[in-house]
Design a binder for this molecule. Structure first.
Ligand code: ADP
Ligand code: MG
Length: 377
């Protein structure tokens, strides 16, 4: 699809917005679909179609006349995806999204395909969960199959004191008594992610691994490169490349991984789209994750994923606004720092409103700059 064509995106949140901005840079016109008319992407696209994630009719309107369609959120109904795929090339494709959008299918797929994951059980009832909590040693992260993100749709068992029958029952209620994955709570040394890209010709490239820090299960900051040994770095990149090929994705796949204190490299979860932990690719890499998604979606050659300069981001959650307007000028006085706001108009605790990014001579310097800027807000 040549520049000048119409690119459509399922979802108009910040990931859709930044993808749309990259597409516009290359001369594409952009249309998005989102439940919210004033979604972050709406301010930078040609057209916003309002519709819920399972709205087949809205999906049809999105895809009609589009030269290619991609997505920025995996929670799109399979019927809506199938309708889109009938009308226009849908990249990454229906089947990988069907597997990834349900954590019970995703974890099972990973284990069945020989990718290392921590001990887990799929649970469908409170009885299953009692049984799983015992089998997993009593310390458990319980994650709802569909729709969870940023720690939402999760409950923890046995982390503040031993698991009891009551705490198991409570956790089952907390996630709404829906099919879920129960995972053994792992002893983490650090968290990393690797972004891979694959185009319709089957060409695959990985980015350098990012090191991620979460607070309250939400990404707080991320830095490129991760600073691991060359051996671990190569293993992590090869893992993401193998996985994107095996899933047959035409687009992006971000693989979140755990490095445990026992030295194991385990897969946590998958995202078939741009990811919060690669926003710094806009600053540090030859090709940003957003441009890369445009390239794969439009069947263009993949961009160079090399790191040019170390880069970091720190998320700005709604909490930052709760005590008054942040002091952006003070933050922007820190060398190398840029401000990214998503035009979300109602700050709420835990809501991702924007991020700060910085480059530096080293990963430590980039991270220190972005954290200093955040303190100054
Ligand atoms: N099994 C686990 N052991 C230890 N920490 C975990 C485990 N599962 C999740 N976490 C922590 O919670 C965070 C969010 O969980 P994740 O499965 O990535 O869900 P989300 O969809 O909310 O990102 C992880 O990045 C990690 O910090
Ligand atoms: Mg996650």
């Amino acid at each position: 699809m040549r520049p000048g064509g119409l690119l459509a995106i399922l979802g108009g949140g910040q990931l859709g917005r930044m993808t749309a901005m990259a597409a516009r840079t290359m001369g594409y016109r952009v249309r998005v679909m989102d439940p919210e008319p004033a979604c972050p992407a709406s301010f930078v696209v040609d057209e916003t179609i309002v519709g819920r994630w399972d709205d087949v009719d809205a999906a049809r309107r999105l895809a009609t006349g589009a030269d290619a369609v991609t997505l920025e959120i995996e929670q799109i109904g399979v019927d809506a995806l199938t309708e889109v795929a009938r009308l226009s090339p849908l990249r990454p494709g229906v089947e990988p999204i069907r597997i990834i959008q349900d954590k019970t299918l995703q974890k099972t797929w990973l284990a069945d395909n020989g990718f290392s994951v921590g001990p887990f059980r799929v649970v469908r009832s409170e009885d299953d969960l009692h049984e799983a909590a015992r089998a997993l040693g009593g310390r458990v992260f319980l994650k709802i199959g569909r729709g969870g993100y940023d720690g939402r749709g999760q409950a923890r068992i046995g982390l503040d004191g031993p698991a009891t029958d009551a705490s198991v029952a409570e956790a089952w209620k907390t996630i709404g008594e829906k099919p879920a994955v129960a995972e053994q709570a792992l002893d983490l040394d650090c968290e990393i992610s690797v972004m891979a890209a694959r185009n319709p010709s089957g060409e695959v490239r990985s980015y350098a691994a990012a090191r991620n820090h979460h607070e309250n299960q939400i990404l707080a900051w991320s830095v490129l490169p991760a600073g691991m040994s060359a051996e671990l770095e190569a293993r992590a990149e090869a893992l993401a490349a193998a996985m994107i090929a095996q899933l047959g994705i035409e687009g992006l796949l971000c693989v979140e991984m755990f490095l445990t204190r026992q030295g194991e490299l385990l897969v946590n979860e998958l995202a078939p789209r741009p990811h919060n932990s690669y926003h710094q690719s806009e600053r540090g890499c030859v090709t940003s994750q957003f441009e890369q998604l445009v390239r794969t979606t439009c069947n263009l050659p993949l961009g160079d994923t090399s790191l040019i300069v170390p880069a970091a981001i720190a998320n700005l959650l709604g909490d930052v606004w709760l005590t008054g307007e942040p002091d952006f000028a003070a933050a922007l006085a820190v060398p190398g720092v840029r401000l990214h706001l998503y035009e979300k108009h109602t700050p709420r605790a835990g809501r991702k409103m924007g991020h700060l990014s910085a480059t530096g001579a080293t990963a430590e310097e980039a991270l220190e700059r972005v954290l200093e800027a955040k303190r100054r807000l």
